[in-house]
Ligand binder design. Structure first.
Ligand code: MRU
Length: 346
């Protein structure tokens, strides 16, 4: 129904997520610098989608480096990877994809440059295709955790818009539940300040004809207390080896409330979102974004007095003891996550 990200041979085409749901625009980006800027400005956002787009940005860089000199090529290629890596700090899929493209270039270092450029293009397309397949698999695993009649709360957008397309992660699970014929309805947190829930999740679920109710983030506790919610499911930007989960700011609040009301709290994410290099969530870098995201709605309508002090962390960390299960393409991991995630890693 829409394409989140698309390789066009000499450009990367993205749906502009800052304009949704009122405008559906597909700008094209022809240089890696433009791709990096699109990631920073959140034209594309969501951990897996950022990873896929960065891989395509790297392939674009390889294509546009005008030289026949191998050393110059690698110097400029590595500079492009550095610029792409500096766009956003929290979503580990960005760094996973960049290292995959770097490894591909190294593996084919001795090949003629035209062949090497082609390899990198093919690798970026593989990252894209694998993401589609991985999230479909993950969604089918997750759907088994839901029963007929469930009412799921979700926070931010972890759908097709946050991945290469089609299913998504947390929303992919909900789509799979719906497609399985089980009765399901969804409550979507608006997800201040960038409103991924109100603008993107509501839009996706309505397109899928999945019943969705939009709420303000501060209404989740009231809905849980009233017994209106039976499950909570979110995506992730980075999961530590012990199962601590970084996701959109406000996720920790949802997890605490879910625990208080004995509501299962699920996290859906591909294995590429698990950072086995870090032992716990305390080591996850948390992005802080422009204060005007808080003082203005979508950077336009001012809602706060001029000059007010603002703190705008974009993510928070939910400790593993609040996580009921982590759903990946390899299956469903339960506590203790150090063991279950390591086993899935294989
Ligand atoms: O700032 P964003 O919109 O990139 O944050 C996105 C999220 O927190 C998502 O929940 C997460 O990336 C998972 S996407 C499948």
């Amino acid at each position: 129904m829409f394409k989140t990200v698309e390789w066009r041979g000499d450009a990367v085409r993205l749906i502009d997520q800052g304009k949704l749901p009122l405008q559906e625009e597909y700008p094209e980006f022809t240089t890696y610098e433009q791709v990096a800027s699109a990631i920073k400005r959140m034209v594309v956002r969501g951990a897996p989608a950022i990873g896929v787009t960065a891989a395509m940005g790297a392939a674009l860089a390889a294509k546009n480096i005008e030289t026949t000199d191998r050393d110059i090529f690698f110097t400029e290629f590595n500079l492009a990877l550095k610029i792409l890596a500096e766009t956003r700090p929290t979503a580990v899929n960005l760094f996973w994809a960049i290292e995959r493209m770097r490894a591909c270039a190294q593996a084919h270092r001795s090949e003629a440059l035209p062949a090497l450029r082609k390899r990198l293009e093919q690798e970026a397309i593989k990252v894209y295709e694998e993401d589609l397949a991985i999230n479909k698999k993950l969604s089918l695993h997750g759907a088994e955790l839901f029963s007929d009649g469930d009412v799921a709360l979700t926070h931010c957008n972890a759908g097709a818009l946050a991945t290469a397309g089609d299913f998504g992660t947390a929303l992919g699970v909900l789509k799979a539940v719906h497609l399985s014929g089980k009765k399901l309805s969804v409550f979507a947190d608006e997800t201040r300040p960038w409103l991924q829930g109100a603008r993107l999740t509501a839009w996706e679920l309505m397109k899928e004809k999945i019943p969705v109710t939009l709420i303000c983030d501060n209404m989740a506790g009231h809905c849980m207390k009233r017994g209106m919610i039976t499950k909570a499911i979110v995506g992730a930007d980075r999961i530590a080896a012990n199962g601590d989960v970084a996701n959109k700011i406000g996720t920790y609040t949802v997890a605490v409330l879910a625990k208080r009301h004995n509501i299962p709290f699920f996290v859906a994410a591909p294995m590429s979102t698990i950072d086995f290099n870090i032992t716990d969530g305390g080591h996850i870098p948390i992005e802080e974004r422009n204060p005007n995201e808080v003082t203005h709605v979508m950077g336009q309508t001012q809602i706060a007095p001029d000059g007010v002090n603002v703190f705008n962390p974009a993510f928070d960390v939910t400790p593993n003891d609040l996580v009921s299960a982590i759903i990946t393409e390899k299956g469903v991991a339960r506590a203790p996550f150090v063991e279950s995630l390591k086993k899935m890693r294989g």
